[in-house]
Design a protein around this ligand. Sequence first.
Ligand code: SF4
Ligand code: SF4
Length: 366
Amino acid sequence: MIKNSSFSLKGMLFSAIATFADNCLFTRVLNRKASRGPLFITWLPTYACNARCSFCSTHELAKANRHTLTQEEIQHIAHEIGKSNAVATGFTGGEVLLWPHLFDAIKTIKSYGKNVYIVSNGFTLGSKVDQLLEAGIDTVVVSVDSLKPGEHDQMRGLNGLMEKLRFAISLLKEKRGDSNKPLIKTTTVVSKKNIRDIGNIVTELRKIVDVVSIQPISTGYANGPHDMDEQAESEFMFRLKDEVEVRELWGRFLKNYPDFNTHYFRLFPDYWFKPQSLHTVPCWSPSVRLQISPNGEIIHCASNPKYGPVGNLKFTTLQEVWNSPEMRRQREEIRKVENHCVCWCQDVSFNAFLDSVPFVNRHPTF
Ligand code: SF4
Ligand code: SF4
């Protein structure tokens, strides 16, 4: 058993290196057809959500995009992912546990031995634990913005959410037993509301989950739900006048939590206050990832409106989308660092990572 899992881990690592190398040469250096497709896939199957976070526009997107996929189309996409060289596929939304086809889609992808995770607000997670375990989910990510139940519920617009997500986490831990699978992870969006308490939030969450991650509050996500109206912006986003205090708070947090003291986390204040200074960070998104929308359309960038759909998986294969003329047109602009934009969410944290790798961050080709 141990031998098999270490073998499959080695196989996955080898496949990931081969896929990255293939894309480095064919999508990044030459911008030609690449044979191995994306490394990461995000599937956003629904904009429906039972929460009403004031910093999220998912309900507007749900109203504007009513078209959903048939069961046949869903299975076609799941098999396409299964056959691909992607090392990880994440389901996010909306609230993915409201999507009736989730477990069938996970099972199909898992039948190819792929790594699958979901991101949930945790409200109905407790009632779905058995189905998730049966489907073979690898990682469950739960969003937590505050440790104070009243504050978290208010930020997410859902009464009783904190209590339910705590219950779901303990049930998951109990039912997974010694297998430690799925991995349980939280993600916290750092904003004006919680930056003073972020150290405490990390410390407390580390007591109950396996991995604690954070990402910066952001807005202006034209192709995805992470956009907000003016009122939410004033509640959650930092103003220029906050810069000195925020940099001081952030410096203290990184000092007290050195495992967060990496290139990606260090640059949060620059992302909030001087985003233009990060426009020189090369974006690798069109060389490593794709995102599937609820109607099957594919994008690689959730933020910049000029990078629209590059294909639709209802009518084509993943490989055709990866090498489509529109994909290559968008790649050409981005690989020359002519995109003039930046986003700093976890989905594209590989940009910060590669920007910190010696040679890669100096060589003009990359
Ligand atoms: S942020 Fe997540 S939980 Fe909140 S409304 Fe949007 S999709 Fe739902
Ligand atoms: S850096 Fe720009 S092009 Fe790349 S994913 Fe972010 S917004 Fe899109």
